[in-house]
Design a protein around this ligand. Structure first.
Ligand code: MG
Length: 132
């Protein structure tokens, strides 16, 4: 049962819409790239791919390479997109995977984030003395 007395700051509707727009965009990019050809998505594949990106972020941290330019950075810069560190690349990959999974499964991620963020603000300090 939520116990916090903090005033809940709701995610602005424009942020919710932006998340939904990005969700549709990344799904479209994946589809154009040849993914999403199955009629029924294999949820296990989505979970494994998301986990893979989380692991890549973790490995970059373990190697103390979070702030190093990623291996695609030079090519990205040559194409005029800008550079990326390993940390930036992997967090972007994680977000893209989450949004693509949400679109695939018909989840309105903007609404889900708005609701869960509001709920989280009502939870007790450190969610009841959890360590992390
Ligand atoms: Mg990656």
């Amino acid at each position: 049962m939520p116990t916090s007395k903090r005033k809940v700051k709701k995610v602005a509707p424009i942020v919710q819409k932006a998340l939904n727009t990005l969700q549709c965009h990344v799904y479209g990019v994946a589809k154009t790239s040849g993914f999403h050809s199955r009629k029924k998505p294999n949820v296990g594949n989505f979970v494994a791919n998301l986990h893979s990106e989380v692991s890549e972020f973790w490995e970059a941290y373990r190697k103390n390479q979070i702030d190093d330019l990623c291996e695609k950075s030079e090519k990205c810069e040559q194409m005029g997109f800008g550079t990326l560190t390993n940390g930036e690349e992997e967090l972007a990959d994680i977000l893209i995977r989450v949004l693509d999974t949400a679109q695939t499964l018909g989840i309105d991620i903007g609404r889900a984030v708005r609701v869960k963020d509001a709920y989280n603000q009502t939870r007790p300090y450190r969610h009841g003395n959890k360590r992390a």
